[in-house]
Design a protein. Sequence first.
Length: 143
Amino acid sequence: AIARAKARKLEQEQVTETAEPADPRKAAVEAAIARAKARKLEQQAITETAEPVDPRKAAVEAAIARAKARKLEQEAVTETAEPVDPRKAAVEAAIARAKARKLEQQAVAETAEPVDPRKAAVAAAIARAQAKKAAQQQVVNEE
């Protein structure tokens, strides 16, 4: 439920932001931010479905998620150094919003059924691999 609310809030922010940017750099930055937020939402959805019992494990997972989010944010900032067409940036932002919605729907579907810790870990690993592959594919498509 929290992930859904966050996704809606991000979607609303992105809709208002995509109408304004005339500068290609601004559009590129906003697209990168949208991608980073989508990744962050995905990570939050994965950590919410795992439901760790041990508080130490929860703290470790939260620290790892924060570190990954920082790393992804830094990568997104370095990606925006290239000049980008405003149309492409708007398309990328729309794709990021769609991915965030899809991930949120998948997270809701996954939390509805009782989760075995091993299955949750496998699902999280698969989701990370898919996200990494999608990010690499997007970088290849941008070039």
